[in-house]
Structure formats: C-alpha cells, structure tokens
Design a protein around this ligand. Structure first.
Ligand SMILES: Cc1cc2nc3c(=O)[nH]c(=O)nc-3n(C[C@H](O)[C@H](O)[C@H](O)COP(=O)(O)OP(=O)(O)OC[C@H]3O[C@@H](n4cnc5c(N)ncnc54)[C@H](O)[C@@H]3O)c2cc1C
Length: 443
C-alpha cells in the first residue's frame, strides 16, 4: 500500500489526508499542535463564561470542496444555513437596512432582493446590478488596467451606499484586504461563485457550535479506519529531499518518509523548513505578508440583535455575529462577536480600548432609547489571519507541484484563484490529493 506524509492539520492538510485515505492510501498526518483545525479553533478562558472562537468563521453554500470534506467526515449537520440569503445592517443614528433574496433561481433571487431592498437608492441599485453582471460569465471582461476593487468601483460608478454596505464590508470579509489593494479579478471569482451558481451557493452558513467542535475530532477516527493516523505534537523541524526520496524529521526526533509528501503549512513555515538555496520561489513567500483579524466578544445584558449576522455600517467592526441565534447560547444576556478584518490600524490597541470602541460603535448604531451594559468582554487577535492578496501577490502564490515530483503543496496561500478562506484551503488540499494519486499511478 502506498504511503503519503501530510504535514499540517489545518483544513488544507485535513482535506488532502482524508481524500487520500478515502482512496485506500495510507496517510500519516503530522501536526505540530495538540489539535487539528489550524487557524480555525476555539478556546476556553476563565474570565469569559462561554467558549471563544479565535474569530467568527462564515461558511457559504458555494463552499463545495468544504462540504465534500464534511460529508466525507459525516458531520454535515453542525451548521445553520440562511437560504435564501438575507443581510441586514445597522447605520449610524439607529437606522436599519436589509436585503432579503427571494426563493428564486440565481441570479433572479438576488435581483429580486436588490429591487426590493431599502439599503440602496434606485440609481445605486441599477449600477450595482450592472457591476455584478461583469462576473456573470467567465472570462470576466474587465480592462487590464483596472486591477483593484477601488478602481472597479470608480469605473462602474458605484455610489456611497453600495460602497459602504456592499463592496467594502464584503471585500474585507472575503479578502481580508482593503478595497484599495484587493484584486478585482480574485474578488470577481468569489462574486461569480456566490451569485451566479445556484441560489443555495449564496446562502450564509454558520456553525451551530464552537469551531473546535465542528468535525476535527472525527479526522483521527477517519484516518485510523483507513489504516492511517494523526500524529499530534509532531512539528517538522527539518526536511531532506532528493530526486525521488524525502525525509521529514520532527522536533521529537522521529523521521518520516513515504512515497509522496504534501506540505500543508503556512508559507513562512515552509520557507523556514525548505532547504536553503534550493528553490528560489520558496524564499520569496514571506513577501505574501500577513493581514490581521481582530474580534471582540461581548456578553451584553439585553438582546440587541435579532438576526444571525448584522453589518455595522461605517464602523471599524464590519460584522456582528449573534451567538444566541446560531449556537443557541443558553447563558445570561446576549453573546455577540464583532469582527474587524484587515485590521492593521487596530491591531496595537489594548483590550480595553477595543472594547470601548466597539461599545461606542454599537451605541451609535442602536436606537438611543436602548439601555444595556457589557457583562463580559474578551478580545481575540489573529495577527497572521491571512496573507495579503494583491495583484502582485499572484506572482508569489505557488502551484501544487514543486521541483520534486514526489513533493506537493497545499494551503490557502497556494494559487487556487480564491482568497485565503476555508474553501481555498480545502480546494488546495483536494487538488494536492488528486496530484498525488496521479503521481502514484506513474511510479
Ligand atoms: C480570525 C479568522 C477568521 C477567519 N474567517 C474566515 C471566514 O469567515 N471564512 C473563511 O472561509 N475563512 C476564514 N478565515 C481563513 C481560514 O481560517 C483559513 O484560510 C484556513 O483555515 C487556512 O487553512 P490552511 O490549512 O491553509 O492553513 P492553517 O489553518 O494555518 O493550517 C496549517 C497547519 O500547519 C501546522 N503547522 C505549521 N507548521 C508546522 C510544522 N512545521 N510541522 C507540523 N505542522 C505544522 C499548523 O499548526 C496548522 O495546524 C479566517 C481566519 C482567521 C484567522
């Protein structure tokens, strides 16, 4: 039986390892930490009465590779789906806006939603629909000189409301990069998948429990049932490779080798591990950069929000996740998690400053008659949440293949054509598994 080593137990590594195991291949998955999930996890903190996600994670109906993975692990039931898509926003001064798509086939579900929403004036609705139509069919017919989302918004005459409620918060959430840097073609790929597939593709999907409980515990069982295993606390420390063989040596001193190897670790880890002076492209990976995501988790004395997810227009924190609605949080008060993406400007603020900022921004957007207080607050920071996807970064994102035919790459930063998301990670993992299977057939 062929044996494959997968290094890194985030979504990319898990997707690759389980896809290979499904095909009868013996897989050893090496993970440096004591748990799987990589950048998707939750923790307990004695000063906060509920589990804390490292940051709210939103899934979408169009995450086809991700759903394939969850189906394989037999845990498709850990989610709540909002289908047809519904979005609502709180504006400064206590105004509300909402968009409710219709139970119609795509894209008519969205066109109906845009026609009937109170979120945008008529002129802006028309220019938003016209702009979205650029992404209805591939290849996208956008002039080569229009590179960023900002340039595209200017070119298509997007008004202030559609910028504030649609383009900016969606870009931040999906790309974790500001509209001034994020490439329009990459964002267009997301818009194409979300709005021009099936209606279900644009549904929002939220976990119905903390992130650590959504299926990672099933992975060791799945691999064991398929003659493989997960090795926790096995951080790879060094890597030797030649034309047909390889060895990875872990911090515990174990050596692992096999017929093929998949690296599913973040780019900076790969640069540190790859033999020096061997492959120049690996040395340039740190230039992909790091973009932070900050989350402020609050338990407030009253119910402030009824929807699952609400946009905070003009705020540093673009979205509020309502844990009572999707986790059925049973404790006292309401559990809200507010998220700030591409949050460089906030990343050095103290917990107290961030909590005060969030409270002020919420107060500015809720009716003045509301009186409420914060019972508990906690901040989670992910300083390297994603790489910074710009047009230039496209040249740095690497393909699955390496100069060594038995060594492959996976990870949300590889050249999937998607932003650094769970779906990008799963796509890269499944793609790497497919390449390994083709390679094993050849040897
Ligand atoms: C706060 C936050 C919010 C986010 N929100 C969303 C969202 O709403 N929707 C969405 O789709 N995506 C979101 N993302 C992005 C998403 O989490 C990532 O794109 C995805 O999880 C990346 O998976 P990965 O497997 O490529 O990498 P990782 O998850 O980073 O996995 C890499 C793994 O490799 C391990 N590793 C590293 N070095 C070694 C070594 N030397 N030896 C062994 N193991 C090693 C690490 O411990 C880790 O487990 C968010 C990310 C963050 C941080």
């Amino acid at each position: 039986m062929a044996k494959v080593i997968v290094v890194g137990g985030g979504f990319a590594g898990i997707a690759a390892a389980t896809a290979l195991a499904e095909k009868g291949i013996n897989v050893e998955l090496l993970e440096s930490r004591g748990f799987l999930g990589g950048r998707v996890y939750s923790t307990e903190n004695p000063s906060f009465p509920a589990p804390l996600d490292n940051g709210p994670h939103l899934f979408m109906g169009c995450y086809h590779e991700t759903w394939k993975l969850f189906k394989r692990l037999n845990c498709s039931g850990s989610f709540k789906t909002i289908d047809p898509l519904r979005l609502s926003w709180l504006l400064p001064g206590g105004q509300k806006a909402s968009l409710q798509c219709a139970p119609l086939p795509a894209p008519f579900h969205l066109i109906w939603g845009l026609f009937t929403t109170n979120a945008f004036p008529w002129k802006e609705k028309i220019s938003l629909i016209k702009a979205l139509m650029y992404f209805s069919k591939k290849p996208f017919k956008i002039k080569p000189e229009i590179k960023t989302i900002s340039q595209f918004m200017n070119f298509t005459g997007q008004g202030p409301r559609s910028r504030e409620l649609f383009w900016i918060p969606l870009c931040n959430a999906v790309m974790n990069v500001s509209v001034n840097l994020a490439p329009i073609r990459g964002f267009g790929e997301v818009l194409h998948r979300v709005f021009f597939g099936s209606r279900h593709d644009s549904s929002l999907v939220l976990t119905d429990k903390p992130l650590s409980e959504i299926g990672f515990k099933e992975v060791p069982v799945y691999l064991k049932d398929h003659q493989g295993s997960v090795h926790f606390h096995e951080g790879v420390q060094s890597f030797k490779v030649s034309t047909n063989t390889f060895e990875v040596i872990t911090r515990s001193g174990q050596t692992y080798c096999g017929d093929a190897l998949i690296w599913a670790v973040p780019p900076t880890s790969l640069t540190a591990l790859w033999p020096k002076n061997d492959w120049q492209a690996i040395q340039t990976l740190p230039q992909l950069g790091k973009s932070p995501i900050l989350s402020v988790h609050l338990i407030v004395s009253k119910t402030l929000i009824n929807d699952h997810l609400v946009g905070l227009v003009g705020s540093h924190f673009e979205w509020v996740f309502n844990r009572n609605a999707h986790w059925d949080y049973p404790g006292e008060g309401q559990y809200l998690s507010l998220v700030a993406s591409a949050a460089d400007s906030l990343s050095r603020q103290t917990e107290k400053e961030l909590v005060n900022l969030v409270m002020q921004e919420l107060k500015d957007r809720l009716p003045a008659s509301f009186t409420w207080e914060v019972l508990h607050a906690k901040v989670t920071r992910e300083m390297a949440a994603t790489f910074i996807w710009t047009s230039e970064a496209d040249k740095l994102r690497l393909p699955c293949e390496t100069p060594y035919p038995q060594v492959f790459l996976a990870g949300d930063w590889t050249d999937t054509g998607l932003p650094a998301t769970i779906e990008g990670a799963c796509l890269s993992g499944h793609r790497a598994a497919q390449k390994v299977i083709s390679y094993l057939k050849m040897i």
